[in-house]
Write a protein that binds this ligand. Sequence first.
Ligand code: ZN
Ligand code: ZN
Length: 133
Amino acid sequence: MDNKALLQKHNLKATPQRLEIMRILEDGGHVNIDDLYREIRKTFPSVSLSTIYKNMNKMIEKGFLSEVKLNNQKNLYELHKERHSHVVCTECKSIMDIQVNVLDVLHEAQNISHYELNESSLTFHGVCPRCLV
Ligand SMILES: [Zn+2]
Ligand SMILES: [Zn+2]
């Protein structure tokens, strides 16, 4: 499904700005708001940051854009893929998607807290192979 169809499927108009946001995220993988804003202004010089946020929040609400919250770093945004966790390099800030089974952890957290948990995010911090050498 292309991005236009994806927007329409979620009852969002496929506006040029939304499509551009999605293209930037597709290219960048994980993008913080500053880089996204800088990039989108190349195409839409007069767009405001609050308009961008509004558009992104709509897409987050619909569930096909996710916010990655990190310690000591600006939140990153990515187009939603399957559930995954992240590894982040503390040296170069590179970020990678990894698939680990977090269900056991979720169940354990639920058993301990007696909360009904429906969301989890797991981020590992360390040093990437490139920075290790
Ligand atoms: Zn690194
Ligand atoms: Zn990711």
